[in-house]
Design a protein around this ligand. Structure first.
Ligand code: SF4
Length: 279
C-alpha cells in the first residue's frame, strides 16, 4: 500500500487548473491549423488564424485562453493500492481548484442556481472518481465553459432508431446549436449505458486527443460520417460560415438495456482545455 498525502493532490490540481486555462494542448492547435488549410470561407480562415494567435498569447503570457474559465471538471483515477493520508480527497481537490483559480486570476464562474450568487472561489468542482488497479493517482482537469455546455443534451432514443437515428440526432443538435458553443467545436458522443452513464461517456470522449483514432473501427467510421455531415452544415468558425464547424467527433459506447438507446451529446468549444498529471 502506497501512502499519498492529499496535500500533493491539492498542489497538483492547483497547477493543472492554471495550465489547462493558459495552455491549449498541441493536438487542438494542430487541428485548428489543419482546418485553416482547407477552410474556404475568408472569414473562417481569419477566425482560425485569430484563435491560434489568441492561444499563443495565452500560452506565452500565462493568461486565460477565454474569459469563461469554466466549471472545474475533475477526473480521478485512484489506484486501489493507494492510501490517502492527511485529509479527504474531495476537500483536497476543491482546495486545489480554489487556489488555482485565485492564483491564476481565473474567473470564478459558479453560482447558486436560484439566487445566482457566486460561490466566490469556483468550487465545488465536479469530481468523477474511478478506482483502478495499481498504486498511482491520475488527475485530469477539464474546465468546461458554459456556452458549449448549454448546447449539450441527453436523450433516450428507441432501440429502433439505430445508428441512423444517432447520426440524425447528433447532427441536428449541432445544427440547432449554431454559433452558441463557439465553433469550431469538438463533439463528444456517449452511446449506451443508462441516462447518467451516457452523459459521462460523452464528456470522457472529449478527453481523447484530436486526431487519435477510435479503437473500435465501427465507431471510427461513425465519427467520420457524423463529422462530414456536421461540416456540411455551413455554420463555420464562430458561426460566420464555412466548413469548419467541428474539429472532431469522439464517440464512447457501452452496452445498454434491451428497451433503451441512451444518447448524449456533449459539445466542447474551441477552448478544448484539459491537462493531466500522474502522482
Ligand atoms: S463556450 Fe468556450 S470559447 Fe465560448 S465563451 Fe465559453 S469557454 Fe469561451
Amino acid at each position: 500500500m502506497r501512502e499519498v498525502d492529499v496535500g500533493v493532490i491539492t498542489e497538483t490540481v492547483k497547477s493543472l487548473c492554471m495550465e489547462a486555462n493558459f495552455d491549449l494542448s498541441q493536438d487542438v492547435m494542430d487541428a485548428i491549423k489543419r482546418a485553416q488549410a482547407v477552410e474556404e470561407s475568408p472569414a473562417g480562415v481569419e477566425i482560425l488564424e485569430q484563435l491560434q494567435e489568441n492561444a499563443s498569447i495565452a500560452r506565452r503570457e500565462r493568461v486565460a485562453i477565454c474569459q469563461d474559465t469554466g466549471i472545474a471538471v475533475v477526473f480521478v483515477e485512484l489506484g486501489q493500492d493507494v492510501h490517502l493520508v492527511g485529509g479527504d480527497l474531495n476537500s483536497a481537490i476543491n482546495e486545489g481548484v480554489r487556489r488555482g483559480y485565485q492564483e491564476g486570476y481565473l474567473r470564478k464562474s459558479l453560482c447558486h442556481p436560484f439566487t445566482r450568487v457566486n460561490t466566490g472561489d469556483n468550487t465545488p468542482a465536479v469530481i468523477h472518481v474511478k478506482i483502478v488497479p495499481g498504486e498511482k493517482v491520475k488527475l485530469i482537469i477539464a474546465p468546461k465553459g458554459g456556452g458549449s455546455e448549454n448546447m449539450s443534451r441527453v436523450t433516450m432514443l428507441t432501440p429502433a432508431a439505430g445508428k441512423e437515428g444517432i447520426v440524425e440526432y447528433v447532427v441536428q443538435r449541432v445544427k440547432e446549436s449554431g454559433p452558441n458553443p463557439c465553433p469550431p467545436t469538438v463533439v463528444g458522443v456517449g452511446i449506451g449505458g443508462t441516462f447518467e452513464n451516457a452523459a459521462l461517456l460523452a464528456k470522457e470522449a472529449l478527453l481523447r486527443p484530436i486526431g487519435s483514432e477510435n479503437r473500435e473501427p465501427e465507431l471510427a467510421a461513425l465519427e467520420a460520417e457524423i463529422l462530414e455531415k456536421i461540416n456540411k452544415l455551413g455554420i463555420g468558425p464562430q458561426g460566420l460560415g464555412g466548413r469548419t464547424t467541428s474539429l472532431a467527433v469522439h464517440i464512447n459506447m457501452m452496452p445498454c438495456h434491451i428497451a433503451s438507446l441512451p444518447l448524449a451529446v456533449n459539445i466542447q468549444c474551441h477552448a478544448q482545455r484539459h491537462k493531466e498529471a500522474v502522482i
